[in-house]
Design a protein around this ligand. Structure first.
Ligand SMILES: [Zn+2]
Length: 367
């Protein structure tokens, strides 16, 4: 399913002309005469600056910060290549095809630093730049911390998706105590191709992507596929909420837990998954809890069973030990803990013991 992006033809340019008022320092003759950032979503951003001074301008740098959850604020700095002169038109292109892309709705802040031969220095004001996918005319609706953007389908369509997000958040709170900490923006593309066109390197994927550190979800839902869409949007929203809650620099959580919470946020287990689980129990072919702690790929039968089991393991933990313990487990992962240590601390057993307890519970239910 991997396909390198040859979709430049799909890319429509957005011109964002922003003249930045310069904050000059005393004794400084550097003047900004123009500053432009042009977003060619999703491939590039072209920055340009026109600047003049009484003496040769010798040093121009562009600095920028991308708004996202992170342990420390990372400022990127780029030295601009140009010939020293009294008047300079500086340009730099951020090529996302080399660095990886930004999701639709991402926001970055940038500013310029300029020096001349007489020691003058100027730092421009910071400018906020929103990375919009201007291929489409988006509408939006907000409820609580969730905003849905869509361009295909009517109000009833986006209304059903919004209801699904609120139901998913309610189920998450019921199971884990987790609540959305930061606002979330959900971009609903009208089909897969439109969604793929928003990405630099579309990966093997399942229809939606949660950009957890950005608080952004991009998902492809056709208006005639809304039943699938409500589940998919609930699933991705769960990933985003849980990742906001457990974000730490040390490590994550077992995949069965992340996916199991997301499957539970969708509602009852879909029949096609439930059958796999019943079949695996009957044939004694269940995958162990430990073996599905690492990521599983999206498409094989075995990975479908892994999703079904993840749902069941989380159900077992919340039904047997309650939401408070699950909440405590999430907080333990936030502090950065190995999978076994976290389970031992909260429940008093590791993943192997969990495996046997959960399988006993399944056998009793099946009997
Ligand atoms: Zn998932």
């Amino acid at each position: 399913m991997k396909k390198k992006l040859g979709l430049l033809t799909l890319v429509i340019c957005l011109m964002l002309v922003l003249i930045s008022p310069a904050s000059a320092q005393t004794g400084n003759s550097i003047t900004v005469t123009g500053s432009v950032a042009k977003v060619n979503f999703p491939a590039t951003i072209d920055f340009s600056l026109s600047v003049k001074s009484n003496t040769d301008i010798t040093d121009i740098r562009l600095q920028y910060v991308v708004e996202r959850i992170s342990i420390s604020k990372i400022i990127s700095e780029t030295y601009i290549d140009f010939n020293p002169a009294k008047t300079v038109d500086a340009r730099w292109t951020w090529d996302m095809r080399r660095t990886g892309g930004l999701p639709p709705g991402a926001i970055l802040e940038y500013w310029w630093m300029v020096r001349d031969a007489s020691g003058g220095q100027l730092v421009t004001d910071r400018i906020k730049l929103k990375i919009d996918d201007t291929r489409f005319t988006w509408r939006s609706k907000t409820q609580g911390k969730v905003t849905i953007y869509w361009y295909q389908g009517d109000d009833a369509f986006s209304g059903r998706l919004m209801t699904a997000t609120q139901d998913a958040l309610a189920r998450l709170t019921r199971d884990t105590g987790a609540e959305l900490e930061l606002p979330v923006r959900i971009y609903v593309y009208g089909n897969y191709e439109d969604l793929r066109g928003s990405m630099i390197f579309p990966q093997e994927w399942t229809g939606g992507v949660a950009f957890t550190t950005f608080g952004i979800i991009a998902i492809g839902i056709a208006p005639n596929n809304v039943d699938w869409g409500t589940g998919a949007i609930a699933h991705e929203l769960s990933h985003l909420t849980i990742h906001q809650m457990t974000y730490n620099p040390y490590g994550g959580m077992p995949t069965w837990m992340d996916e199991g919470l997301a499957m539970n946020a969708e509602g009852d287990l879909d029949a096609s998954f439930a059958i796999l689980l019943v079949d695996a129990i009957a044939k004694k072919k269940l995958l162990t809890v430990r073996s599905i702690a690492s990521p599983f790929s999206a498409y094989s039968d075995e990975s479908r069973l892994a999703y079904a089991e993840s749902y069941s393991i989380v159900r077992y933990l919340t039904d047997t030990y309650g939401a408070d313990k699950m909440s405590e487990l999430l907080r333990t992962f936030r502090q950065g803990s190995s999978y076994d240590d976290a389970l031992l601390k909260v429940y008093g057993f590791d993943m192997d013991k969990l495996n046997s307890l959960w399988q006993d519970y399944l056998m009793k239910k099946a009997a």
